[in-house]
Design a protein around this ligand. Sequence first.
Ligand SMILES: Nc1nc2c(ncn2[C@@H]2O[C@H](COP(=O)(O)OP(=O)(O)OP(=O)(O)O)[C@@H](O)[C@H]2O)c(=O)[nH]1
Ligand SMILES: [Mg+2]
Length: 187
Amino acid sequence: MAEHVVLFAGPMGAGKTTAIDSLSEIEVVRTEAANSDRVTADKATTTVALDYGEISLGPEEKVRLYGVPGQRRFDFMWKILTERAKGLVLLINNDAADPIAQMLEYLDEFAELHDKGGVVIGISRSDVVSTPSTADFAAALSAARPDLVVPVFTVDPREGTQMRTMLMTLVANIEMREMFASVEVAR
Ligand SMILES: Nc1nc2c(ncn2[C@@H]2O[C@H](COP(=O)(O)OP(=O)(O)OP(=O)(O)O)[C@@H](O)[C@H]2O)c(=O)[nH]1
Ligand SMILES: [Mg+2]
């Protein structure tokens, strides 16, 4: 069975834990603690180490889903899990302060995963704050990082179907990279 390891990253409250919950077919392993930063994200708990879930895409393919904490004080987990992962789902909450800057910052932080397998970006909480638009994010992205090919989606992490579409786009990208890599090796 083919297996992929995918990381979910992004600011606090972007919906990483929620997305893994919506996607996973097993009970999600969570590490939530009381949230002491209600200004950045007004919710009761926050991830302090990782989330873990699994989903199968057809009978022969399993995806391991890892979520990291949004808060930088727990960023030791970013490095550990980036080493395991082949691709990145970057979630950005549209109601964050300067979400475009956040997107570019997190993309830089996890650029290694673009090179390893691929990145997809999901803009969440667009029902809460409607601007910037997905087109604004895509324009800022191609201006700042013309070297990257990264699709931008509007998503609601609470909706498994939407998250599945994003995840399948990423997995297709990872598989394409693996195919090209094996062709290179065979040459
Ligand atoms: N209205 C709305 N709520 C959303 C959306 N996406 C996520 N949420 C809610 O926003 C909150 C996100 O919380 P989490 O999933 O814990 O966020 P996280 O990214 O794991 O945050 P940290 O672990 O603290 O870094 C949850 O209460 C979700 O139900 C969305 O698109 N619209
Ligand atoms: Mg979380």
